[in-house]
Ligand binder design. Sequence first.
Ligand code: CMP
Length: 140
Amino acid sequence: MSIQRTFSIIKPDAVAAGKAGKVLAVIEGAGFKILGLRMVQLSREQAEAFYAVHKERPFFGSLVKFMIEGPVIVMALEREDAVAKLREIMGATNPANAAEGTIRKLYADSIERNAIHGSDAPETAEAELRFFFTTSDLNR
Ligand code: CMP
């Protein structure tokens, strides 16, 4: 497995709770290099576009409302097997099912307010990185 990039968001719940630094410490502790990082207040339009794949889901409206309730931290991350490794350290979507020591087990409240997003595949990662970062932002 070669060096790969992935995209992540520290969600409004974790930022508001003052857990952003702790989440970043877990990510860096797992060997990720931070290529890009920015605090962003998402607009409704941005949140709807970012989560467009979920727009038919019953939780879509609530998810968008949550994602715009306060600032988020968007990150471009790099390491070997980055997509799978980030998902491993994030834990299951529902923190009730997340393994001990994972970010969601440690810092998430519910299946919706789950502290962190991570891309689910290399192709998704590249599309999500492009949503928030320019090519020159990521050339480090
Ligand atoms: P994320 O990994 O960002 O991908 C989609 C998000 O939708 C997910 O994390 C949760 O925040 C939210 N989500 C997924 N499933 C549910 C659900 N059943 N109910 C409410 N929110 C959900």
